[in-house]
Design a protein around this ligand. Structure first.
Ligand code: FES
Length: 81
């Protein structure tokens, strides 16, 4: 699974650096280092949505916040790998 985290200027201001750390920690905690690749991405064109833009496997783009991160990780990553 490829998870791309937007590091464009708008998402940067919304905390993409913290988001990368949340993903890195969750991937390590769940031993998914061999199943998930994290990557940075330029602007995905979704700057106006809430949260940092995160794309999974070239699919839908989600707006991920610190508040919805755990739900997002469980439903879109843990349940899918
Ligand atoms: S800067 Fe992230 S979607 Fe535009």
């Amino acid at each position: 699974m490829l998870i791309e985290i937007c590091i464009g200027s708008s998402c940067h201001l919304k905390g993409s650096h913290d988001m990368i750390e949340l993903f890195e920690k969750a991937i390590a905690d769940n031993n998914l280092q061999n199943d998930v690749v994290l990557a940075g991405s330029f602007c995905m064109g979704c700057c106006s949505q809430e949260g940092v833009s995160v794309k999974i496997d070239d699919g839908e783009i989600f707006g991920v916040t610190k508040e919805n991160f755990n739900d997002f990780f469980k439903t879109k990553v843990l349940d899918a790998v």
